[in-house]
Write a protein that binds this ligand. Structure first.
Ligand code: ADP
Ligand code: MG
Ligand code: ZN
Length: 504
């Protein structure tokens, strides 16, 4: 499918138009059971093994609200500075699709559990941009269709489709922004930063792992343009299910360029959904956007209203964690790193592992050094995230402890880490098994030094004559003889001592 779309350059688009965005983010909650039944939400099970009459929409089955789901929704609402409804209901959103056996999605319509909030996000240059939140509401996920036999995996051209209802009924929270105006050329950056900050917040709340690559968090990007200085919003397009931070930014950017091309050639934008294509960074037309009334929303008669007591809400508010942005700013000061370095640490997903390593006894600089260096490299190579590496923050802390006590040098420490990652045991076990301790036994060191001097009389002579810099060659010989396990500084001291020179 190669449809080319007319685009104008990004700069030209922004010279004539102001973008308006709306971001709808779906977060799959990490509850143990589904939103309206007791089925497990565990990933990776046999298709359709985690279903029951309720999530399959069988006649006579009745839903029951998952209290943890409601609690998570309230926590998210509070963390987004929203008001929490004193009383709200679920609503049926009626439409047919095979992945939804009830023929309606249990959602919330005009009575969301949380509304009127905001989230401050920080842009690359450090500026803080406030994104207003319209609402956060509770709903449920659909099942998953797999279209078989076609070339693209899409329904077009497929010979048959398979349906797995394990995901049907898993709780979702949908978070909808108010129209985001005034971001101008930074609109795509704001979109990305917003989704990134929201993900940090969700993770900090512990209500979901919010892994975009696993579909636990996905974003619909609504975008419209209006002529510069105009007040009335243009018609929006809605790019659905964008599932990485980079794609959110690219989708917004592409739509700005596409809208500008349509509008500046006298065309009109149709309100439609669009699909984003990772490979080309472009969007293509989906379906013409339906109106809310098409769904025939009505209050769900099988569920009681949700009326969270104010005591409960206040209790949850009191238990909220520090806002991730505030926490990053605090840690940045404590660790003495630049805003840019902090951004890299955030992008590497290393904040929590570094904090945990410091809590386990490492100093901040060492904890950062290992997680952002050796371990980030290793994670990168194996395509894992830092938390998934088979080394714990406590083990990294132990390695830094062995370095600062002089038992290991950096080179040996790298080997210890490599051993732990390879499953050879704890740092101490790896040191033991691989025999990696720095040779601090003075007798053994002295012997190695004597040997190096005897083996390199010319070098020794130079040093005796005052050329201290030449000691490097002897240190190298000793390090080689001890397989890198000597403390280089101590070796140098011994050499100079033996040859009767002082360093200066
Ligand atoms: P729908 O369910 O039809 O997608 P929502 O109200 O749930 O509608 O979400 C629409 C999103 O788009 C919201 O974030 C809203 O702020 C935003 N939005 C509304 N109108 C416009 C517009 N003209 N241009 C850009 N964004 C818009
Ligand atoms: Mg929408
Ligand atoms: Zn079920």
């Amino acid at each position: 499918m190669t449809t080319t779309t007319d685009l104008v350059s990004y700069e030209d688009a922004l010279a004539s138009y102001d973008p308006v965005m709306g971001l709808e983010v779906h977060v799959e909650l990490g509850t143990r059971t589904k939103m309206f039944c007791g089925c497990s939400t565990e990933l990776g099970a046999e298709p359709n093994s985690q279903t029951c009459p309720t999530c399959l929409g069988m006649p006579g089955s009745l839903p029951v609200v998952n209290a943890t789901g409601v609690e998570s929704a309230i926590k998210i609402g509070l963390a987004l500075h929203c008001e929490i409804a004193e009383w709200c209901r679920f609503a049926r959103k009626n439409y047919f699709y095979p992945d939804m056996p009830k023929n309606f999605q249990t959602s919330q319509y005009d009575e969301p559990i949380a509304f009127n909030g905001y989230l401050d996000v920080q842009l690359e240059d450090g500026e803080v941009f406030r994104v207003e939140i319209e609402r956060a509401h509770m709903e449920e996920d659909t099942g998953k269709s797999t279209h078989v036999g076609g070339a693209t995996g899409r329904i077009h051209g497929a010979l048959h489709s398979l349906l797995d209802y394990n995901r049907a009924g898993i709780p979702l929270i949908e978070i909808v922004t108010k129209p985001i105006e005034g971001a101008g050329e930074r609109a795509p950056e704001v979109a990305r930063a917003y989704v990134a900050e929201l993900r940090e917040l969700i993770k900090a709340l512990g209500v979901s792992e919010a892994r975009m690559e696993m579909g636990q968090m996905r974003c619909d990007v609504n975008l419209s343009l209006m002529p510069k200085g105009a007040e009335k919003f243009g018609t929006r397009s809605e790019t659905k299910n964008v599932n990485s931070l980079r794609s959110v930014e690219r989708a917004a950017r592409f739509e700005i360029q596409r809208h500008a091309a349509v509008l500046s050639s006298g065309g009109t934008i149709i309100q439609e959904t669009r699909h984003f294509h990772e490979d080309t960074g472009s969007t293509t037309s989906g379906r013409v956007k339906e109106e809310a009334e098409d769904y025939r929303y009505f209050p769900e008669p099988d569920l009681v209203p949700v009326a969270p007591s104010r005591e409960w809400v206040e209790e949850l508010r009191a238990g909220l964690p520090e806002q991730p942005l505030a926490r990053r700013n605090r840690l940045r000061e404590e660790w003495g790193v630049s805003a840019h370095d902090m951004q890299s640490i955030l992008n590497a997903g290393a904040i929590d592992t570094i904090v945990a390593t410091i809590e386990a006894g490492a100093d901040a600089a060492s904890a950062r050094k290992w997680w952002m260096g050796e371990l980030a490299r290793s994670a990168n190579e194996s395509g894992k995230s830092l938390e998934d590496l088979s080394i714990t923050p406590a083990q990294v802390a132990r390695v830094t402890e062995l370095v600062s006590s002089g038992d290991l040098n950096d080179k040996l420490a790298r080997q210890v880490i490599e051993g732990v990652l390879a499953g050879e045991g704890t740092p101490d076990e790896v040191v033991e098994k691989r025999g990696l301790k720095v040779v601090s036994d003075e007798g053994a060191l002295t012997a190695a030094v004597d040997e190096a001097i005897a083996g390199n009389p010319g070098v020794a002579e130079k040093i005796r004559g005052g050329k201290v810099a030449a000691a490097g060659a002897l240190v190298g010989a000793v390090m080689k003889a001890t397989r890198g396990q000597a403390d280089a500084a101590r070796v140098k001291e011994l050499i100079l001592e033996k040859l009767g020179v002082s360093e200066g």
